[in-house]
Design a protein around this ligand. Sequence first.
Ligand code: ZN
Length: 285
Amino acid sequence: MPTLAAMADFSTVLYEVDGPVATITMDRPQVANAQDTQMIDELDAAFDIADADDDVRVVVLAANGKHFSAGHDLKALVGDVEPDKWRLMRDTPEGKWHHEKVMYFDRCLKIRDFRKPTIAAVQGKCVAAGVMLACMADIIVASDDAAFQNPVLRMTGAAVEILVEPWEMPARKAKEFLLTAETISAAEAERLGMVNRVVPRDELAPTVRELAEKIALVPPATAQVVKRSINKTLDLQGQRDAWDYHFQAHHWMHNTATALGALEQRMQKGSMKEVFAEHRDPQSQ
Ligand code: ZN
């Protein structure tokens, strides 16, 4: 009988089950696991498979290569590569809203609300929508080379679709992180409570495995009830409402002259880097 894993025909993610643990691995290392439409679809499908498999008690979200994720695949979004199924729809504000609601906001929240416990294993760069995605997991283990950054504000964007930062670090720190675009190291992320623990790069997978096996000892129903209760606590603190608000604000920003002007320039220039060359840190080159 074919296993569920074998039935999954993915090209941008890997799906493996070992005992009670399913591992979903982003597999676009050549572009630092930038998330294109296909990868987001496949991540979603992989989580569905893990949800349906009663032998799976814990899901690990990992990434192949040097970096966890560079964020959304902006090249694919502006149509430099093979247009995806959403391309035409994104040309109108209504369509863009729908695309981002379904593909980014709802898909991420589905991982946040996934009934089984989840662990993200983060190494290397974790940028913008990479941070959003990692923070959807219940537990984050980072390797000591992990570096978190959200430089989207300089590019006119109102951060990403879900504003995780005020929930992952103190509000004052969240403002600094977003407004300065400075990188938070793994050690700093641990100090802020944004990640559970930091381990050397070669201990990342074994540490995650060990944690997953411990979690798998809890009867599934119990683990799921308690996870849901903690998420509900966050909801009652306003997390869900704040995220709904931010999604609308984020979209309002997309349709401002500020953001549309930058997009227009992007169409004429070769890359986002060129458009925002003058926004780069004076110190870094
Ligand atoms: Zn957006």
